[in-house]
Design a protein around this ligand. Structure first.
Ligand code: CTP
Ligand code: MG
Length: 409
């Protein structure tokens, strides 16, 4: 079986145009390469595949051909690759693709480049059915929604779901049969898939199992699927720990003592602290935990206490800047768990106010922030009321950030 694939990438992607900034969906970036490349690579890996004709929009033909040539030079897919221009309708693009097939081709698969997550198993099921003698094969999934025929906002009738199938590509054909079907259909016949033309001839079309993963990128919400598949997010944990000493009440004025703040919230009547910036031990631990999630060092490196600019600085600024940095490195915070360790003051009366402050600072819901406190039972420096500790644990999801200007590799 000499098998070729017609890879359709000649649409205008109108339903996605606004969300994609006008980029036609087949040219959207997926892991640094145009979307259609994913399907091309998958088809090229099929042992039966002799070649692939990629159909591009006529207006983009030169530019797309140049990019494809560069990609092929970097990674030889091991099959012949040809390029042709598409037409106004999808079926016109298919016809142009068929016209570009070489003389020896007997079997053709037609695939939408807008379905980048096609897999080798699905292609094999289509090819196996063709090898077993079918002239036309389509992959399909059972329909899970009830489907109704509708007109002018009113239901005409309900279709029997058990007899319905949601059809995908690649659709596979005996090339002679598909050419005959195109010729018989003529210009006036509008179809949305190629098997319809074979159905018009009254010939059988076999169905094999489709794949739920093989979704067509069609509407703006499908872009999230692309982002997730291009760079899957992975869970991260950041840990922060900080200690501040209490000012000695017997040596007033000798040290740069600050009124105590925790989570940006003033704790009236509490011991004063000796520390960097405004001395908010909890926000310092939180800043370190955020930086920890994205391997960005610690607060001391970013804001050295030797720098007088940071003297008396509100620690919320450190948190906000750490958050901006972490977001630029792909972090989305899921949850923050904060523990304050002190003999004095009593934290419990302030815990809710601190929690709300921290949630607002991070743009999180209060349910994503926990504030708790403990003493150390009179032991150690907190037990001796000489200082205070804070521990922050930040959990989140981190998505690798790719440089949009980086060359395709
Ligand atoms: N296609 C094509 N030539 C056309 C129209 C569509 O090659 N004249 C291709 C698309 O590039 C896509 C596939 O057919 O890979 C399925 O079509 P569809 O999802 O409708 O894509 P578009 O037509 O590009 O999008 P839209 O309908 O939103 O404009
Ligand atoms: Mg279309």
């Amino acid at each position: 079986m000499s098998v070729w694939t017609v890879l359709l990438a000649a649409g205008s992607g109108t339903r996605l145009a606004q969300a994609s900034g006008g980029v036609k969906k087949q040219f959207l970036r997926l892991a640094g390469k145009p979307l259609y490349w994913r399907s091309l690579a998958t088809f090229a890996q099929c042992p039966e595949m002799a070649g692939i004709v990629v159909v591009f929009p006529p207006d983009d033909l030169d530019e797309a051909r140049a990019e494809l040539t560069a990609l092929l030079a970097k990674k030889d897919p091991g099959v012949a690759v040809a390029v042709t221009a598409g037409g106004v309708r999808r079926q016109d693009s298919v016809a142009n693709g068929l016209a570009a097939l070489p003389a020896g081709c007997r079997t053709v698969l037609v695939h939408d480049a807008a379905r980048p997550f096609v897999d080798a198993g699905l292609i094999a099921r289509v090819l196996d059915a063709l090898a077993a003698g079918a002239g036309a094969v389509i992959p399909a999934l059972p329909v899970t929604d009830t489907v109704k025929e509708a007109r002018d906002g009113l239901v005409v009738r309900t279709l029997d779901r058990k007899s319905l199938a949601a059809v995908q590509t690649p659709q596979g054909f005996d090339l002679g049969l598909l050419r005959r079907a195109f010729a018989a259909a003529g210009e006036g016949c509008d179809v949305t898939d190629d098997a319809s033309l074979v159905e018009h001839l009254g010939l059988p079309v076999a169905i094999v199992a489709g794949s739920p993963e093989n979704r067509k990128i069609t509407n703006p919400e499908d872009l999230a699927l692309l982002a997730e598949r291009a760079a899957p997010a992975h869970p991260v944990v950041g840990y922060g720990y900080d200690v501040h000493r209490y000012a000695d009440p017997l040596k007033p004025g000798k040290q740069p003592a600050r009124p105590m703040k925790l989570g940006g919230y003033p704790i009236l009547g509490a011991p004063e602290v000796l520390a960097h910036s405004d001395g908010d031990v909890l926000l310092h631990a939180l800043t370190d935990a955020i930086l920890g999630c994205v391997a960005a060092g610690d607060i001391g490196t970013l804001y050295p206490d030797s720098n007088p600019d940071f003297d008396n600085m509100a620690s919320g600024v450190f948190v906000s800047e750490a958050l901006i940095l972490a977001r630029s490195k792909g972090l989305t915070i899921s949850h923050v768990d904060l523990t304050i360790i002190a003999q004095i003051p009593r934290i419990h009366p302030h815990a809710q106010a601190i929690r709300l402050n921290v949630a607002a600072l991070l743009g999180l819901d209060r349910s994503q922030v926990n504030v708790k406190a403990t003493t150390e039972e009179g032991l150690g420096f907190t037990g001796e009321k000489k200082g205070i500790k804070a521990v922050a644990v930040v959990t989140g999801l981190r998505r690798p950030v790719t440089d949009p200007d980086a060359p395709a590799s």
